[in-house]
Design a protein around this ligand. Structure first.
Ligand code: HEM
Length: 529
């Protein structure tokens, strides 16, 4: 009896200790650590909006978005009675809270997503000083986003850090070599031709209003599916549909990122995102496994990204470069997701602006006539399409598909007399910098591709870190050359067959769903040339 009582006491005491320890861990993570970080930021002179436990500044952010939506919907319904009203002054539409806080706290300040401290940066000089001397592998990526977006990117290049990132980047870079990209140009032309034939049929059957964003996103999805892992139309569509469903699910629940236990606030979405993530993984794993089993010459014959990676990482131990199937899945998911939507959005926003500026459609057609003539466009001609390059950069400035860049400090960083404590997340507001009159001048909100004529890299921006469509430093976008190639091929093919104008049904409402997209699609009136 005494032994039983003794065992019960031991069990009871251990349970109480474990319980108290768990409670302490939660209090430490949710209260003590954030409070310490808050004091450290304040001590270092980094002010900002006052956070409220446990939401941080999320309450204010949500309110600001709601207010903006209400005011935009009343103005757009007024506009819809006449011709569509389009302004390129979009910063306060897509990030109304940052636009407000900038007025109060300047271009660098601290704010809070739940219990996570973030440093907001829209000052290129601060960014330059902050990043000088920090190499690619020393930057962290916000843990809070890594967890939140795990089903989408897993441990792909976008999310990993340190030596693991350096190792993967080294392995993946050759997959984007000019020779490999050139091999992909065939897929780009093939799928674009199919899309344009579809447009021709629609026009011939009396339906010239086409949602170009939906069309181009689907085509870019096919292109990336084929160029990444050589999969068929049907398999590509399956992955594509599931990824899109996951994106919508994730970003519906994204409102409480950083708040402790936020996964329990929207349990249905959390479970749904995980389920979709698993289904995509299974699909991709079966594709990779089948490919690995095929004869070696077939593995690489297709010259897609997967073929290149498998060839580079044969099981012969060369350079120890091998990626596991799990790692390949995450990299392919990252390419698929990071690679098609951004490019499709750049093209869609371009078509909107060219529809508003028929004189630029004509200028680009003239250039295409001179450079491409009657031949089929091919990769070697693209460098000659200079004006198209200016238009592309102007769109990446006005409607940057990647509206922000993120980092997390993995050590204290000093910028003049400010110390950014280790662990601080950073949110670099690309839209904010691309729309800053102090950097671009009074015509900042105008579509003026010619600003890139004399300064084709920075478009006359007063600071070299003020134009960041592909990020900065060693972690800059690995797929940018692929994007530029796809952009020029698809746009050349569209402009060679059709002209277009803005549909009266278009409602200008740029919004963020990870990327910067038109909230209500992008209907244009398309005509045969
Ligand atoms: C308009 C098209 C695109 C835009 C605007 C864009 C933008 C970006 C940005 C802003 C970053 C983060 C850079 C940083 O943190 O400093 C990034 C990274 C990345 N992008 Fe892109 N991207 C585009 C197209 C593509 C394509 C076509 C692919 C691949 C097929 C791709 C794959 C990636 C990957 C894998 C990373 C992670 C790089 C790393 O962390 O080392 N992107 N991109």
């Amino acid at each position: 009896m005494e032994i039983q009582l003794f065992l019960f006491k031991v069990f009871f005491t251990t349970s109480v200790v474990l319980f108290l320890f768990a409670v302490w861990k939660v209090i430490d993570r949710c209260w003590v650590q954030p409070l310490r970080a808050y004091r450290k930021l304040r001590k270092n002179g980094l002010k900002g909006p006052t956070p409220v436990f446990p939401l941080g500044n999320l309450g204010e952010m949500k309110k600001s978005v709601m207010n903006k939506r209400t005011s935009s919907s009343s103005s757009s319904s007024a506009a819809s009675k006449g011709s569509p009203s389009v302004t390129h002054d979009i910063h306060s539409t897509v990030f109304p809270f940052f636009a407000q806080w900038q007025k109060l706290h300047g271009k660098v300040f601290a704010y809070w997503l739940g219990v996570e401290p973030f440093l907001y940066i829209a000052d290129p000089e601060f960014l330059k000083q902050m990043s000088t001397g920090v190499v690619g592998k020393s930057w962290g990526k916000p843990t809070v986003f890594k967890n939140d977006r795990e089903p989408m990117f897993g441990s792909g290049l976008l999310m990993i850090e340190g030596d693991e990132w350096a190792h993967h980047r080294h392995i993946l870079t050759p997959a984007f070599s000019p020779a490999n990209l050139k091999a992909m140009s065939g897929f780009m032309m093939e799928f674009t031709t199919e899309m344009l034939d579809r447009w021709a049929e629609l026009i011939n059957s009396g339906e010239p209003e086409i949602d170009v964003e939906r069309e181009i996103t689907a085509t870019a999805g096919e292109i990336i599916a084929k160029s990444s892992f050589g999969i068929s139309h049907e398999d590509g569509k399956k992955v594509f549909d599931k990824l899109r469903a996951m994106q919508i699910t994730l970003f519906k629940s994204n409102r409480f990122v950083g708040v402790p236990f936020n996964q329990f606030m929207s349990p249905k979405q959390t479970v749904e995102a995980k389920r979709l993530g698993k289904e995509i993984d299974t699909l991709l794993m079966s594709i990779i496994t089948a490919r690995k089993k095929s004869p070696r010459d077939q593995i690489t014959a297709q010259r897609d990204l997967l073929g290149t990676l498998l060839e580079e990482h044969r099981d012969d131990g060369r350079l120890g470069k091998k990626l596991s199937v799990r790692e390949l899945v995450d990299e392919l998911k990252t390419f698929f997701f990071g690679g098609h939507e951004t490019t499709a959005l750049a093209l869609s926003w371009t078509l909107l602006n060219l529809a508003m500026h028929p004189e630029w459609q004509e200028q680009l057609r003239d250039e295409i006539r001179q450079v491409v003539g009657d031949k089929e466009v091919d990769a070697s001609m693209l460098a000659g399409l200079k004006k198209m390059g200016w238009v592309m950069n102007e769109i990446l400035r006005l409607y940057s598909p990647a509206p922000n860049v993120q980092r997390q400090a993995r050590g204290d960083i000093r910028v003049q007399d400010v110390v950014i404590p280790s662990g601080t997340n950073m949110w670099i507001d690309v839209v904010g910098m691309h729309h800053d009159p102090a950097l671009w001048g009074e015509d900042v909100f105008e579509f003026r591709p010619e600003r890139f004529r004399d300064d084709h890299l920075y478009g006359g921006c007063k600071h070299k870190m003020g134009f960041l469509p592909f990020g900065f430093g060693g972690r800059m976008c690995i797929g940018r050359n692929m994007m530029m190639m796809e952009y020029k091929i698809v746009l050349t093919m569209i402009l060679s067959r059709f002209s277009f104008s803005v549909s009266p049904n278009y409602r200008h409402s740029p919004s963020i769903l990870l990327s910067l997209r038109p909230a209500h699609g992008l209907p244009l009136m398309v005509h045969h040339l």
